[in-house]
Design a protein around this ligand. Sequence first.
Ligand code: ZN
Ligand code: ZN
Length: 248
Amino acid sequence: MQLTLLGTGTAVPSLIRSSSAYLVQVEGKNILIDCGAGTIRRLLEAGISYQDIDLILLTHRHPDHIADIAALLFACRYHAAPRRRDLAMVGAAGTREFFRQLNEAFGGHLISPHFDVTVHEVGEESWSWQGLRLAAAPVRHTAHSLAYRMEFDGSSIAFSGDSDDCPELVRLADKADVFVCECALPDGQKAPGHLTPTLVGRVAAEADVDTLVLSHFYPEVEQAPIESQVRKNYAGKLILGTDLLRIG
Ligand SMILES: [Zn+2]
Ligand SMILES: [Zn+2]
């Protein structure tokens, strides 16, 4: 199971940090977790075509996590090389209606006659997909925000999405080999629905994860001593994420 950080940034445009997106490659399958602005370009930079994505897990419907969905679907209609593989998407309650409205806003041009897009809505549950064990848990951010976990062959990766400190997140990340967690704002500038380095360290310590990967850095947190603040609570392996970093 290989993880590529495609976008470690936020809603704030940045040349070095694209909006939120991660790629997991396992058993020949390509899975996206979020699809913020710039994701398609980062995929190309990582050597993966937008045509090769099999499954997209959406953590929530803020534009910095979902804005490239329309661009990706429209690109798949390109007449010279139309996509023919079906695509599955997973999101929280309301995702199906969101896509219906998104497609309608684009005059129906996001849907192709050559492949099906299926949308599955999930809550707190686990399920199997192509031999992979997937789990979702609602977390504190918007009314419909999810964290995800995937397990394959004894390894596990968990993704916080955007989340505040909450027991659901700790449970979902429990003993994960890799935990990709948002670290949006610095200590002292915490906003509701987001984490700070000290809080991320506490969540990772409580979940007892093997490797903590930090992401979703707003410009303010880049000025902070992130590592020392995380280390107040967490002693495990720590990676400060950068775009296109590969792990595993
Ligand atoms: Zn965000
Ligand atoms: Zn958000």
